[in-house]
Design a protein. Sequence first.
Length: 425
Amino acid sequence: MKAYYGRQLVQAKVNKVPENVISSAAFIGNTCQRCGQNVHGKLPNDHFYCRACLALGRVSSLDVLLSLPEPNDFDGKDILSWTGQLTPQQKVVGDELLETLSRSREHLVWAVTGAGKTEMLFPVIHQALSQKYRVAIVSPRVDVILELAPRLQQAFSQTDMVVLHGAQTETYRYTSLVLATTHQMLRFKEAFDLLIVDEVDSFPYAGDHMLAYAVKNARKINSSVIYLSATPTKVLQQQVKRHSLTTSYLPLRFHQHLLPVLKTAIVGPWRKKLPLKFLRQINQFNQTKRRFLIFVPKVSDLVGVYQNIRKHFPEISGDHVYAGDPKRQEKVQNMRNKKIQYLVTTTILERGVTFPGIDVLILGADEKIFSENALVQIAGRVGRNKDRPTGLVKAYVQHTNFKVIAAQRQIKQMNKRGRQLGGRV
């Protein structure tokens, strides 16, 4: 029976419903009750299926949804194994999150990249687990989930945790702590007392009505939701201005240093021939053995840029990666394990992944794919380690661009707040 607790599972109408399990309609009118959308594909005999959530398996007018109410069948004896210390600023945010839990409200943590958001969550997660609450930490990006998993497992070493994402091999089981991509919330119904959404401004969550529905449907009526972001969406910022969403600010990184300032360099067309300024910078990285990321606008740019770099610097080990790369996780892990010195990447690595002691170059930063928030997130890859809290982030553009200027302004504004708290350059 535990497999149905707080779940929303699809089963054909013709199959027998297990005893005591609640069966409900998969569609009310034309609206899918799993994802809340009205996007159909046709089936024979006037039946239909939902195309919006097809990636999680088909749900059709021939199916029902099965579930059982979440009973919070836990012992509450969870132990926080983490022995680190929060900074004074992190402690303030941590206390505000505990208040959020006690009041069953929604709350935004607006914290710069590298602020130590994960560690700030530990006290509120521990408190929730101690109260026999069920907790979910979700993110739109699988990279974020894969990076969070070992850190959470280490912090709550005696707590059973299930990790859910599209490529997982682990079988689902009933646990008090769930780590998942936001898409996986479509399989839950009124399950969680505390739901934490990391990278809430990230694609594909931002602006996606289906994923917002999934999160809303997965939380209990009297529950708490914590949103985490370094670059909140305009909608969230408007809620903050209207005081309809309580907010915690953290403009300083955990090591108390300010964000790296985004620098720019004007270059000519770069797709056929890499700019001399760009090659000189890579040569400097080569001489100093610096590790680095190179962001490009399009998947089609990856191979050309990578091969050009190899032609000029055959002695530097590197690779290229994109969202649909079948070896994506392996390549990212090779960079993390320092088996290669650099990665040429699309915006897939703009957030949620930490490589200590790296620098960042952005080719074509003036192109459409690089939004203001994306540029801020990319800049945030630099200086995340206390042993090297600074570094270079440089945008190569063919002309002065408003988005680049806006990103620089956003970083400077957060650094201004950080200086008021004693932040160091």
